[in-house]
Design a protein around this ligand. Structure first.
Ligand code: ZN
Ligand code: ZN
Length: 334
């Protein structure tokens, strides 16, 4: 019997000198879909604006759309954390929040659909919002695919299996037919892989969380989420500044506004202001806001981005840090 023709396999076109990052889930704590009233409000605003604004006269719909703010015409997304990084032929996945379901569907269009895919999944920690998408990750059910699991938790496999206990989920992990190998990473140590290196750093978060520093081709991507800085761990600020040093992209936990972070001490999260303070000292090039609180509307996230930019311009007027919000589908290359 002849095999499926190779020409149907859509390969990711990422040149070897490029690290490509795509965000599939950016919401923290719990998946947060848009509600009908949110969609209705966006539509009402858009239709009114298009019908009444003199500035839009004579423009095509495409031209009008370009001028509408992102938070009104789209959404930052409601899936919990998942980021894809492609570098030198490697597929790296950071966290398996609900966003990994959509990533799985995209991977199925490539060699993973034929049981020929290989990927490494790195976990920051195992709070629900970072593992809950795994049972819905289609490529892991396809025999032939190979997945390597990495974390600083030696009992990661056990933890993930517990999520599949029949009291919480109908099928156990043995149904997943792809090869699964679990590896433990050492806390605060570097590890070389073919084509890139990783380094971890323990973060202040209930139950612990770990940041990842990924380096390849002289470029650095950092995934640092679920972390709190307060007067009890002030010392860690210096270690963090060192860990973030000269990063091209820093994905940072900006779950709260500064005001909320003061009222939610020990909840384990940060604010945009703290992210900018550290990033400035570390000479980070781009800060990507991440892990939005489930109560935040698209409009509120838009406001937080503006607050962040204004904070940077006021406190660090000479800084060239770029501050951008993550959203589902955001693609960056370094
Ligand atoms: Zn989280
Ligand atoms: Zn957490």
């Amino acid at each position: 019997m002849s095999e499926e023709p190779e020409k149907n396999v859509k390969k990711p076109a990422v040149p070897p000198h490029v690290m490509k990052i795509r965000y599939y889930g950016v919401r923290g704590s719990i998946p947060t879909p848009l509600l009908p009233q949110h969609i209705e409000k966006k539509f009402q605003y858009l239709i009114t604006k298009i019908l009444t604004s003199k500035n839009f006269k004579g423009l095509t719909l495409k031209e009008i759309f370009k001028q509408i703010p992102f938070y009104l015409k789209s959404t930052y997304g409601g899936n919990s954390p998942c980021i894809l990084v492609q570098v030198k032929g490697n597929i790296l996945i950071f966290d398996a929040g609900s966003g990994i379901r959509e990533l799985g569907l995209d991977l199925m269009k490539q060699e993973f659909g034929q049981g020929k895919g290989k990927a490494k999944i790195f976990f920051t920690h195992t709070h629900w919002d970072h593992i809950q998408g795994l049972p819905f990750f289609t490529p892991i059910f396809i025999p032939g695919n190979q997945f390597e699991f990495y974390s600083c938790f030696p009992d990661l496999e056990e933890r993930l299996k517990e999520q599949h206990d029949s009291r919480y989920f109908p099928i156990n992990m043995d149904i997943m037919q792809a090869d699964r190998i679990f590896f433990s990473l050492k806390k605060n140590e570097s590890k070389d892989f073919e084509g890139f290196t990783t380094k971890t750093m323990k973060l202040n978060h209930p139950g612990d969380s770990y940041a990842y520093r990924i380096e390849a081709n002289g470029k650095t991507f950092i995934h640092s989420t679920d972390v709190e800085f307060n007067d009890k761990n002030y010392d860690q600020m210096f270690e963090t500044i060192e860990f973030f040093k000269n990063a091209d992209i820093l994905t940072f936990d900006t779950q709260y506004t500064f005001k909320e972070s003061v009222s939610k001490v020990d909840w384990g999260h940060s604010s945009i202001q703290i992210g900018i303070d550290i990033a400035n000292h570390s000479k980070v090039k781009k800060v990507v806001l991440f892990h939005y609180d489930p109560t935040y509307s698209d409009q509120k996230i838009d406001e937080i981005v503006k607050i962040g930019i204004s904070y940077k311009n006021t406190i660090y007027p000479d800084s060239e840090i770029e501050i951008i919000p993550s959203y589902e589908g955001l693609e960056l290359e370094i």
